[in-house]
Every structure is written in C-alpha cells, then in structure tokens.
Design a protein around this ligand. Structure first.
Ligand code: 4AD
Ligand code: MG
Length: 461
C-alpha cells in the first residue's frame, strides 16, 4: 500500500523513496515542469509532487493531467523550497490511474454549499467537506473513548421498533405491505397484523427505552446510532435521519446527569481540538472566525445551570422582543435558547425542571406535580444540543402519566415491567451528533455536517 500523506507530512525530516495515491486538486503545467497537488483525504493538506521531463511518459501522461484525476506518484521526499509546505515529492514515476471527463464539476474555485449538496458524491473532495468528515471522525472516536474510559457498555439499540420512544408520533413506517392495496380489517383499517413484523413497525426516534433496559442490568450504557424523525422541519438544525448518542445510568439522579453531560461535551471538544488541529484551523480561518476561542472557552468554563422558571423570568425581562412570546408553560424556541446562552450568560446553559406538559411521558415528576426532572443543554449558535432527564422509576406514577397522555400501556408492558422488577432511579440524555459537529465547525447548515443528508423531499445518494 502507498504511504499515507498525513504520515508523510508529520515526518521529522525529508529523505527516502515514497509513494502516494490520491486525487489532484490542481495540475500546473509550466514550461519545463509540472506541479501536482495530490490529496488522499488523510489530512487537510495535500502534498505537492514535482515532475520534470525525465519522468517516463512526461509528455503523454503527466502533461495531460488535470484537476480531479486519480494518480499514483513515486519519488523522493525532499524539503520544499516553496512556502507553506515543508516537504514535496521529487517525482520519479507518475501514473494516471483514472482520468476526468471535461464536465468535472469541482474546479479550483469556491463553490456554494447548496450547490455542493447536489453533488454529494463528489463534495467529500472539497476542503470544507473533507475537514467536516475528519472532524466527525475525530468526534466519534472521542465519544467512544469517553464512555469506554468510564466503564460504560456500548449497547446497540434496534433501528426498527414498535414503540414511539418520544410519544410525539414523528415516525417513519416500516412495511412490506403493498402500498396500493394493503390487506384490511373488517372496518377498513390496514391490517398490520399481516405486515412483516406482525404489527405496525417504525424506524426508531430514539434508543432511550432500550438503553434503560441496558442500564437496569449493566448500570452504565450508551448507544450511538442512527435515529429518524418524520418531522417536517426545514431548518438548519433538523435532519430526518441523524445520529444520536444516548448514555443511560442507573442509580443516578438529575445532578449526576448534568455533571456527566458537561464533562462529556468538554472532553469531546478538547479531543477534537487536539486530534484535528489542521481541520479546526481551517474552520477558524474560513468558516467561523473565533470558533477556536469559543471552544477553548467552553472547555474551561463551568456551564451555567438554571431552572425553567429562572429561564422564563430572564426571557420575560429581556430587552429584545421575540417572534414567539414567552410565558410559563410554553416550550422554548430556538430564539429563546440562543438568547439564554448567547446574551444572558455567554456560556453553555443547562436548563432543568421543565413543565411536565411539554415534555415526554417518561420523565420523573417533581413533588410540585407540575414540572419534571428534565434537562436541556443549550450552546451558542446551535441552541439545544442535548436533551435528557431523570426517568420516572415509580410504577404507579408512570402508569398514571401514561393514562393521562392516552399512551396505550399494554404496548409498553416491558417498559413498565422494569418498574416492577428491581426499579431504581436512573436517567440519561441524548446528543445529536450532527449538532455537536455543527457547533465545533461553525457550519451554518446541519446538512453540511453529515455525509448524506436526509430532509423533507430529499434522500438522493
Ligand atoms: O431532545 P430529544 O428529542 O431527546 C430524546 O430523544 C431523548 N430520548 C434522549 C434521551 O434522553 N436519551 O433529542 C435529543 C437530541 C437533541 O437535543 C438534538 O441534539 C438532537 O437529539 N436532535 C436532532 N438532531 C438533528 N435533527 C433532528 N431532527 C433532531 N431532533 C433531535
Ligand atoms: Mg429535546
């Protein structure tokens, strides 16, 4: 196998024969020599290969190379006289592995992100998407390291499920019944008993309920997998398919969860800054000036903690007006979340104890009977990045809450069973992985921090 450009660039000194394989960002043909900028995606930077007429096939092969070509270059690693790069390759052999047709859409100029989405099969070759994908990778590794170092067991929650974990009805149906002519019950309703799973099945909106099963056996677990929401939100923060990380901890109450969430975010940010410095420098220079300072500030400073009551009071006294007016009982909108974290405190904020009527059925009901032990972590620019809660572990309270919300308890018999067989206080939270990547990179649109975005009306590639 060829050398990895990332490793070549990290060498202490030049010297020796090397071989690289990759795609040309540019090919500059001057009179006597051709400069090839080869990228293999292993690092933000590529490496320059310099070919002169002694290279076999110089006229026939090298002179015909252009942006986008796949190449293999062998030669000596030498100190580069040019500025901006330490090493370059003095080419001995250049092979054209794959040519490009004339209509290659990625030319050496800046393309709009909207346009790049229409060529998601090629956009990973751009600076921005390449950097996003490497930051995503570094963040994913950091997520696993964080939990593994603390004794959490990685639990794979199912993707196809019969339950609606959030009770919000935003699910995609999974079926093999014929769309035009499904079998029907006597009253005319579709007979899902004859469907593949013998019941109406959906793509999961959250692995939480299964993570609770895991926590009540293994004490500390986390999931990290795709989740799906059929909400018709055409915003810069919503995807129909996104990745969620959901830790769940037994014998743990809300304060412990807040500590875990804060420690977790800081650890992931710190590791990405450490592992992907070149990519992060790019985001600082080209996408979101100030992002490095913001991240370092977040890593160092304690998160603000406030109750929903306090948050509402702050918002009511805000000098600016909001599109959605605030009063006790309403759910916080993105504009409110951003005001709290950006204007009111200038740091991440954890808001707790939301009104029970705006939160899911599984949250622990406080003694006041009107709030639940929920927590949302809000960060500048993005707003909500984490949502979680202590869970209702008291069987009778949970059952009553499900009845009040008209959730059919027989469908959740196993979930209720957990409250009859060795129940214990427990809780957890969910982080949208793309929201974290969005926050770290400063990318304006969530569709540009996932390789293949799925949104209303669009699932190409
Ligand atoms: O707040 P949510 O809906 O919480 C849950 O699903 C809980 N079951 C989590 C838990 O307690 N285990 O979603 C959690 C997080 C949000 O804070 C947000 O970061 C992200 O998931 N998220 C989305 N990200 C992208 N696109 C969407 N449509 C998202 N919906 C939620
Ligand atoms: Mg939420």
């Amino acid at each position: 196998m060829a050398d990895v450009i990332r490793e070549l660039l990290a060498r202490d000194e030049a010297g020796g024969q090397v071989e690289v394989e990759g795609w040309l960002r540019t090919a500059r043909h001057s009179k006597q020599v051709t400069f090839l900028e080869v990228h293999d995606g292993s690092a933000f930077a590529g490496i320059q290969a310099v070919a002169n007429p002694e290279v076999p096939g110089f006229e026939e092969v090298v002179r015909g190379l252009s942006t986008g070509c796949a190449v293999r270059v062998q030669g000596e690693l030498v100190d580069s006289p040019g500025k901006g790069q330490r090493f370059e390759i003095h080419a001995g052999q250049v092979e054209r592995v794959g040519g490009v047709d004339d209509d290659y859409p990625l030319q050496k100029k800046r393309h709009g992100f909207e346009f790049l989405r229409t060529i998601a099969h090629l956009r990973p070759r751009t600076n921005t998407l390449g950097a996003v994908l490497r930051v995503r990778n570094a963040a994913a590794a950091a997520v696993h390291e964080f939990f593994q170092e603390r004794g959490f067991v990685y639990l794979q929650a199912p993707i196809v499920t019969l339950a609606d974990a959030e009770g919000a009805g935003e699910m995609f149906r999974v079926t093999t019944l014929p769309a035009g002519d499904p079998p029907r019950e006597e009253g005319g309703a579709v007979d899902f008993g004859r469907d593949f799973f013998g019941s109406e099945a959906h793509l999961t909106v959250s692995g939480q309920l299964e993570a609770e099963i895991g926590a009540l056996a293994l004490s500390r677990v986390y999931t990290f997998g795709p989740t799906f929401r059929a909400e018709n939100s055409n915003t810069s923060r919503h995807l129909a398919e996104f990745w969620m990380i959901e830790p769940e901890v037994a014998f743990c109450e809300l304060p412990g969860l807040m500590d875990l969430a804060e420690e977790f975010l800081k650890a992931v940010f710190a590791r990405v800054l450490e592992r992907a410095p070149d990519d992060m420098e790019f985001f600082e220079a080209r996408i979101a000036p100030g992002i490095l300072e913001t991240l370092e500030h977040v890593v160092k400073s304690p998160f603000e903690r406030m109750t929903y009551d306090d948050a509402v009071r702050i918002l009511e006294q805000a000098k600016q007006s909001f599109e959605f007016p605030v009063r006790w009982g309403v759910d916080l909108q993105s504009e409110h979340e951003r005001y709290l974290t950006e204007q009111a405190v200038g740091r991440p904020v954890i808001v707790t104890d939301y009104p029970k009527d705006i939160k899911a059925f599984y949250m622990y009901v406080n003694d006041d009977g009107r709030t639940v032990r929920a927590m949302d972590v809000l960060v500048p620019k993005v707003g909500e990045i984490i949502g979680g809660s202590q869970r209702e572990h008291r069987h009778d309270v949970l059952l009553q809450r499900m009845r009040d919300l008209e959730i059919p308890s027989e469908d959740y018999w196993w979930y209720l069973d957990l409250r009859r067989f060795g129940t214990a206080p427990h809780g957890g939270f969910g982080l949208g992985f793309e929201r974290i990547v969005q926050f770290m990179t400063g990318m304006a649109n969530i569709r540009d921090v996932i390789p293949f975005p799925r949104v209303p009306g669009y699932a190409e590639f």
